[in-house]
Design a protein around this ligand. Structure first.
Ligand SMILES: N[C@@H](CCC(=O)N[C@@H](CS)C(=O)NCC(=O)O)C(=O)O
Length: 218
């Protein structure tokens, strides 16, 4: 069978996370770089969000679903613990990060810098100042979560960590985000340690955010 094809952009934190799963598991994979809402993405994700996956007859959307498919389809190392408690803790952190923290850290904070900058404008100071209390609160939660073992789940590197690391990378590209992480010693240590992993380094994205497909492409 052909290797799994991940369709998306390495500049997307969610795409990077599924590429990191392949790297951790040494899965031979193909990343097909496409802009947001590209036809190949829309063909699989009903809302056109990346990443999507094709592998043989399998087509999937949603990064966690793709990660689960890859982890179960390919041999060890596994990034999703089979132990019921550790598995549930992994789900717990992925869910909190994706439903709450991504919105604060990426969709609000990072976007308040990047979208105006792409239009040649100043960062959206009102949005940045408004999100800072939530950003600091969430960084403090993560700082506490990784304090004991330097991982989100037990003392092992799991998809919970993979899912978070691309977000932490993005947040630290802007001054308040970098300062918040630097002021959270456990989280700063956690990031520095795991950022040395080959799976993280081999998926380092080029600067910028994913482009948007032209409207006539859907
Ligand atoms: N819950 C989705 C979120 C995917 C997502 O939001 N991807 C972003 C890029 S990082 C995207 O495609 N945004 C375009 C849009 O929301 O219209 C997942 O886990 O795959």
């Amino acid at each position: 069978m052909s290797p799994p094809e991940i369709i998306g952009s390495m500049q997307s934190t969610y795409t990077r996370a599924v590429c990191m799963v392949c790297e951790e598991k040494r899965i031979e994979y193909v990343l097909t770089e496409r802009p947001l809402h590209a036809p190949e993405v829309r063909a699989i994700h009903p809302l056109g969000k990346m990443p999507v996956l094709r592998h043989g007859d399998v087509a999937l959307f949603e990064s966690k679903a793709i990660a689960t498919y890859l982890d179960r389809s390919f041999p060890a190392p596994y990034v999703l613990p089979t132990d019921p408690h550790l598995g549930a803790l992994t789900e717990q952190w992925v869910s909190l990060v994706n439903t709450v923290m991504d919105r604060t850290l990426i969709r609000t904070y990072v976007v308040a810098y990047i979208v105006p900058m792409l239009a040649g404008k100043e960062p959206d100071r009102v949005a940045i100042d408004a999100v800072m209390p939530a950003l600091r609160e969430q960084v403090a939660i993560l700082n506490q979560a990784v304090a004991a073992s330097g991982h989100l789940v037990g003392d092992q590197f799991t998809f919970a960590d993979i899912n978070l690391l691309p977000i932490l990378h993005r947040v630290q590209q802007f001054p308040e985000g970098a300062a918040a992480v630097a002021a959270a010693p456990n989280l700063a240590r956690y990031y520095e340690r795991h950022a040395t992993r080959p799976s993280f380094q081999r998926t380092d994205p080029p600067p910028g955010i994913p482009k948007r497909a032209k409207p006539d492409h859907g």
